[in-house]
Write a protein that binds this ligand. Structure first.
Ligand SMILES: [Zn+2]
Length: 252
């Protein structure tokens, strides 16, 4: 009886082409002189089909060449396990195979790319009008990042004020968790001053929190809080009585 292709695929796939004992790589790169792919691994029987063979016990022919009774080994280890049958018993070889396949699985699971996704995708984010530095800090002090939206028709002066503000916010946000109490106090005053400058040119600040999950890379997924800042003309307030929502397309 021969080993069926399915069982052979399972065997090689689950062992990731490494010897179950010494973990050496069992396929060689092509060389000019030889065949394109050289396989040096061996499909070894755990229980032999021959009465005088290693670990023999009566077994149906179909079970003998089954994936369950096979293990991938390098030629050295194949010969070792077949000579040292007391050390490499049937139970011990099944253990080695199980551990090896777990090892091979971990090998394939390379770290996932890092990405952010919304906790509640497509859900509108309520924004509130922010009037003071303290109000801003209380709400957004621990945020991990920020995104913003400003009107398209800002004058040059307004752009200067808004961009100064957004740049400072980005800097503070990056530094926030490392700031001492005194520095946080100064940052709060600084943010308040920026909000005052926006107010002087009739611009209002609205802000809300976008809850996201950061996953991939090393470690467990973690909560990620993104501050959403919207700068808008105060004159637009009459339309919506100061209530604002930010609707953010998933993935943006
Ligand atoms: Zn080996």
């Amino acid at each position: 009886l021969a080993i069926k292709p399915l069982h052979r695929k399972l065997l090689w796939g689950r062992s990731a082409g490494h010897c179950a004992i010494c973990k050496c790589v069992l396929t060689d790169e092509a060389t000019d002189a030889d065949d394109p792919e050289v396989v040096i691994g061996e499909e070894a029987h755990i229980v032999s089909g021959r009465k005088s063979g290693p670990r023999y016990r009566p077994m149906a022919a179909a079970d003998l060449d089954h994936y369950r009774n096979l293990i991938i080994l390098c030629p050295n280890d194949h010969s070792r396990v077949d000579k040292q049958v007391r050390l490499y018993s049937e139970v011990r070889l099944q253990e080695i195979k199980r551990d090896h396949e777990r090892w091979a699985r971990a090998l394939r699971q390379a770290p996932l790319p890092v990405r952010l996704h919304d906790l509640r995708p497509g859900k509108a984010i309520p924004l509130s009008r922010i009037e003071t530095g303290a109000a801003f800090v209380a709400e957004f002090g621990g945020c991990h990042g920020l995104q913003h939206k400003v009107p398209d028709d800002l004058t040059d002066d307004e752009i200067d004020i808004a961009s100064d503000f957004l740049q400072d916010m980005t800097d503070w946000m990056d530094l926030w968790s490392g700031l001492g109490p005194g520095e946080q106090l100064r940052a709060t005053r600084d943010i308040g001053r920026h909000i005052g400058e926006l107010r002087d040119v009739e611009l209002a600040l609205y802000a809300g929190t976008r809850h996201q999950i950061l996953e991939g890379g090393i470690g467990h997924p973690q909560r990620w809080r993104m501050a959403v800042l919207v700068i808008d003309r105060m004159s637009n307030d009459q339309d919506d009585e100061g209530k604002r929502w930010a609707i953010i397309a998933p993935g943006s």
